[in-house]
Design a protein around this ligand. Structure first.
Ligand code: AHM
Ligand code: MG
Length: 336
């Protein structure tokens, strides 16, 4: 029976990545090992997020519980989990986390060639009300053996070898691209395995949803203002777009990937570079968008062409369906 076949021939994320790897005879399994450690971090954080309300894991960092033990806020805990998982993989040399001001240079005995940039728990202001949050990551690889420095990660997003996110929502979903399309895996909690549930995700060419924090509208620039006006009052006879904004990037981008449309965090007068961070928010999501057939734009250029000069640099970003991004690009081009 086909149902039996589905249950017993599961495409786990490890099997999937091993399959991909077998297409590259020179590869020695390092990426598979690294990914396994990232997956372990995601499972750990997923379980902590699910228990948060119950176990009183939430609270101010540094607060102590009745046993006098220090309680960790979930974002602090997630950061520690990912750093330990990445270092112990033996396949990384430099790590950049949203939670740490400086890059972490891995000690020589544990080094490998991969450089990982990540936001261990994005959207953490949403934890207390149970809204979906997630981990975002991007991976670069050294091309020769040398002492790692931040220059190894201050590279345009198009140089990433892989990017992905894990969303802790009604189910735990990991979306990954190694440069050959975008694939989604859902955690089967009974097996503790991520199973391929969304092979080869393609974003619809045009969408019906726009996603932005409109509370900032008073400070937007001309093209962003004109674009959002067009979403609400289209002049070409098409229907207005629906507005969806969760305020949790992973959830807003995940919906955009699956349903199409546009997600924007533009510049405004108060934040001329927008809010989102280039290395571990804008780049990984832009990488996934392009791999799924969409586009990502900064208001000036293709997002993946941007060359960051600081670890925690910010950039405006417009990402989503191909046709929707063409429209915003045209508005910026008209202004220039
Ligand atoms: P964080 O890294 O402090 O959690 O902030 C990033 C989050 C994103 O998940 C989300 O897209 C954005 O901030 C929402 O910002 P705003 O509340 O300004 O709309
Ligand atoms: Mg963040």
């Amino acid at each position: 029976h086909s149902a039996d076949a589905l249950r017993t021939d599961l495409m786990t994320i490890t099997r999937f990545v091993l399959n991909e790897q077998s297409k590259h005879p020179e590869s020695r399994g390092d990426f598979t090992i690294l990914l396994n450690h990232i997956v372990l971090g995601c499972k750990f954080v997923c379980s902590a997020v699910n228990k948060a309300g119950l176990a009183k894991l939430i609270g101010l960092a540094g607060e102590t519980n009745v046993q006098g033990e220090e309680q960790k806020k979930l974002d602090v805990l997630s950061n520690e989990v990912f750093i330990k998982a990445l270092v112990s993989s033996g396949r990384t040399c430099i790590l950049v986390s949203e939670e740490d001001e400086d890059a972490i240079i891995v000690e020589p005995s544990k080094r490998g060639k991969y450089c990982v940039v990540f936001d261990p728990l994005d959207g953490s202001s949403n934890i207390d009300c149970g809204v979906s949050i997630g981990t975002i990551f991007g991976i670069y690889a050294l091309t020769d053996v040398h002492e790692p420095t931040i220059d190894d990660v201050l590279l345009p997003g198009k140089k990433m070898v892989a990017a992905g996110y894990c969303m802790y929502g009604s189910s735990c979903t990991l979306v990954l691209s190694t440069g050959a399309g975008v694939h989604g895996f859902t955690l089967d909690p009974s097996l503790g395995e991520f199973i391929l549930t969304h092979p080869d995700i393609q974003i619809p060419k045009k969408g019906k949803i726009y996603s932005v924090n409109e509370g900032n509208a008073k400070n937007w620039d001309g093209p962003t203002t004109a674009y959002v006006q067009k979403c609400k009052f289209p002049e070409d006879g098409s229907s207005p777009k629906s507005l969806r904004y969760i305020g949790s990037m992973v959830a807003d981008v995940h919906r955009t990937l699956l349903y199409g449309g546009i997600f924007l965090y533009p510049a405004d007068k108060k934040s001329p570079n927008g809010k989102l961070r280039v290395l571990y928010e804008v780049f990984p999501m832009s990488f996934l968008m392009e791999q799924a057939g969409g586009q990502a734009f900064t208001g000036k250029e293709r997002a993946l062409d941007l060359v960051p000069t600081k670890l925690h640099e910010r950039s405006p970003v417009f990402l989503g369906s191909y046709d929707d991004i063409e429209e915003i690009k045209a508005l910026y081009a008209a202004e220039a």
